[in-house]
Design a protein around this ligand. Structure first.
Ligand SMILES: Nc1ncnc2c1ncn2[C@@H]1O[C@H](COP(=O)(O)OP(=O)(O)OP(=O)(O)O)[C@@H](O)[C@H]1O
Ligand SMILES: [Mg+2]
Length: 245
């Protein structure tokens, strides 16, 4: 791998009295999509929150473009070009889709101020947004809300996207739409760290994969190698791909 855009070195995170991350080592390469897999409670969300400065590492380093983010606050980290789509999506149900997007668009005071070329590109990825532009976001389906959340994260060009389980609770057809949108996003060379438990979704998008367990990364490699090795899947994820097709 060339110099990674993001590198976690032996990161420990405590939440109150609880020791959650036990020395996470992780590299995310420029322009690639890295999937973070692992069972419930493995520490995936805590890892994203630690990168974003929502928790601070108690030991170890989070390096972004060579800079240690450890002491920075979340707004400063966001300012470096990192955006985060949390598990619960963080959209405002009472606001329209347009207003939700406005909140994420730097310098825009009204929806009309959002860069029209960028907006057309986002509409191309997620056509439902155009259709429901003036609707309260709370009225959208789970999949459409997830699309608003991802659209908010990309309305401004970013260096790194952190996305937590975008496929959660979505029907297979909607997941496939999401795969297509992410494929398109990958063509723009955006670097993405994607937390995902749906291996079938993950393997269609991932260049690399890291598997967490008990607050550590227990496996890192290419997605192609994991997707082609059922024994390794069974060992790391307790699944066989055949059961997921
Ligand atoms: N605010 C908190 N206070 C105490 N413990 C927490 C808190 N948040 C998470 N944990 C604990 O940290 C561990 C890792 O949680 P985390 O949310 O990072 O897991 P995850 O891999 O994202 O799981 P899931 O797949 O269920 O989303 C879990 O044991 C969880 O109970
Ligand atoms: Mg989680």
């Amino acid at each position: 791998m060339s110099t990674p855009l993001l590198k976690l070195e032996a990161v420990h995170t405590h939440i109150g009295a609880y020791h959650i991350l036990h020395g996470v080592d992780l590299e995310v390469a420029h322009g690639e999509l890295t999937v973070l897999l692992g069972r419930n409670g493995a520490g995936k969300t805590t890892t994203l929150r630690t990168i974003m400065g929502l928790w601070h590492p108690s030991a170890g380093r989070v390096l972004f473009d060579g800079e240690d983010l450890g002491a920075l606050g979340t707004p400063e980290i966001a300012h470096r070009g990192i955006s985060y789509v949390p598990e619960n999506m963080g959209i405002f149900a009472e606001l329209t889709v347009a207003e939700n997007m406005l909140l994420a668009a730097r310098g825009a005071k009204r929806p009309e101020d959002i860069d029209p070329k960028r907006l057309e590109w986002v509409f191309g990825l997620f056509p439902a947004l155009k259709r429901f532009w003036q609707h309260p976001a709370g009225l959208l389906s789970g999949g459409q809300k997830q699309m608003v959340a991802v659209a908010r994260a990309i309305i401004e060009p970013r260096k790194l996207l952190l996305i937590d389980e975008p496929s959660k609770g979505l029907a297979p057809a909607i997941i496939q739409n999401m795969v297509e949108a992410f494929r398109e996003l990958k063509r723009t060379d955006t670097t993405i760290l994607l937390v995902e438990q749906n291996f079938n979704f993950a393997r269609q998008l991932g260049d690399r994969v890291a598997v967490m367990d008990d607050g550590r990364v227990v496996h890192a490699g290419t997605m192609a190698a994991l997707a082609g090795d059922e024994g390794l899947q069974q060992q790391l994820l307790g699944l066989s791909l055949a059961a997921h097709q």
